[in-house]
Design a protein around this ligand. Structure first.
Ligand code: FAD
Length: 315
């Protein structure tokens, strides 16, 4: 089922989740274990992130450095297939512009369709330290809006290769990313929301937000979106703080701010950071539910037990 159908049919607010494929060299067991832990909480859907190739440098025995190009975390499609078909839980496959040609994206979408996956989150992808050479007439998507158009075209039976005629239309529900504290490259929030609106006009049916620790950022973002005519569901994304180190790492990696109150509480009691993070997340969920959100979406990474502890409080 599509994300939008889940939201329309829900009688109570939903709790959805995002997981990350294992690093290359690890089996899928840890991810499957996370899904097993989520099953009792009846997730309406689970997002699976996608990762493009990067350049990695390895020192060889003779002291020279070798540059290798590979994906650190392959497996998005396979994991979606497992969750969708073994656990009968709907999935949202993340798809990226960066690192993929339009032809490769089309192949991925065909495979997702065969596996019964009905949702994609169309993203530009994080900056990579490697630019794939594009050859043999292949094409790329520069912005998530181009990717939305590509999926929307497939939903109308238009494939990248125009010679494919009389083709079956696919039927993906398309989500896109939104940034309550603005995307780091955007000159201001107004401009960022202008491009967000373009993604919706081109076919996106819902918005999933970047994590935020100050609920008012999300509420103001939703109000701003509504004021410019963006009417689709805007799903808030939450991450639970679990270490002091994250006070530096999360702003560095995700360009978000921590509220003064939370930082001061953690600095005063660093040994209790997990408890403080848990209480803060519960407070945010309560604020979001009071605001009337359709869903709260949790970024799990590897910490499923704290997330389920929070969800248990509200189910
Ligand atoms: P876009 O919508 O393309 O926007 C990128 C920037 O360009 C913005 O500043 C925007 O304002 C601007 N812009 C947009 N359109 C135009 C235009 N036509 N002309 C000029 N400027 C324009 N990354 C991953 O690699 N894998 C993942 O699985 C992943 N999952 C994510 C899930 C969520 C919910 C979120 C919020 C982010 C996720 N990301 C992921 C990170 C995301 O890929 C990065 O934040 C990326 O830098 C931007 O992606 P986007 O889709 O928002 O890009």
């Amino acid at each position: 089922m599509k994300v939008t159908e889940h939201i329309e049919k829900a009688k109570n607010p939903l709790f959805s989740y995002e997981i990350v494929p294992p690093p290359r060299g690890r089996t899928v067991k840890d991810v499957v274990d996370i899904v097993k832990e989520l099953v009792p909480y009846s997730p309406p859907w689970i997002d699976v992130t996608s990762h493009s190739s990067g350049a990695f440098y390895h020192e060889k025995p003779d002291g020279t450095i070798e540059r290798r190009i590979y994906k650190k975390r392959p497996g998005t499609i396979g994991i979606c297939g497992i969750i969708q078909n073994r656990f009968k839980i709907d999935t949202v496959a993340h798809i990226l512009c960066n690192g993929f040609t339009q032809e490769e994206t089309e192949d991925a979408l065909i495979e997702l369709n065969y596996l019964g996956v009905e949702n994609v989150l169309a993203l530009r992808g994080d900056g990579v330290n490697y630019n794939k050479k594009i050859s043999n007439g292949r094409r790329i998507n520069n912005y998530a809006s181009n990717l939305v158009t590509q999926v929307d075209n497939l939903n109308k039976g238009q494939y990248v290769n125009e010679e494919v005629t009389g083709a079956d239309a696919l039927n993906f529900c398309i989500g896109v990313a939104g940034y309550p504290e603005k995307h780091f490259e955007a000159p201001n929030l107004k401009q960022d929301i202008r491009f967000l609106k373009q993604k919706v006009e081109l076919g996106a049916e819902y918005i999933a937000t970047q994590m935020f620790f100050e609920t008012s950022h999300y509420i103001n973002f939703v109000k701003h979106c509504r004021s410019v005519g963006i009417e689709c569901p805007i799903i808030p994304g939450l991450k639970i703080l679990k270490s002091v180190r994250q006070l530096q790492m999360l702003p560095k990696n995700f360009y978000i701010n921590f509220p003064e109150e939370l930082v001061e509480e953690v600095m005063a009691n660093p040994e209790h950071v997990k408890e403080i993070g848990f209480n803060w997340a519960c407070r945010q969920v309560e604020e979001l539910l009071n605001f009337g959100v359709p869903t709260v979406h949790f970024y799990i990474m590897n910490d499923v037990s704290t997330v389920t502890k929070v969800v248990k409080r509200f189910m």
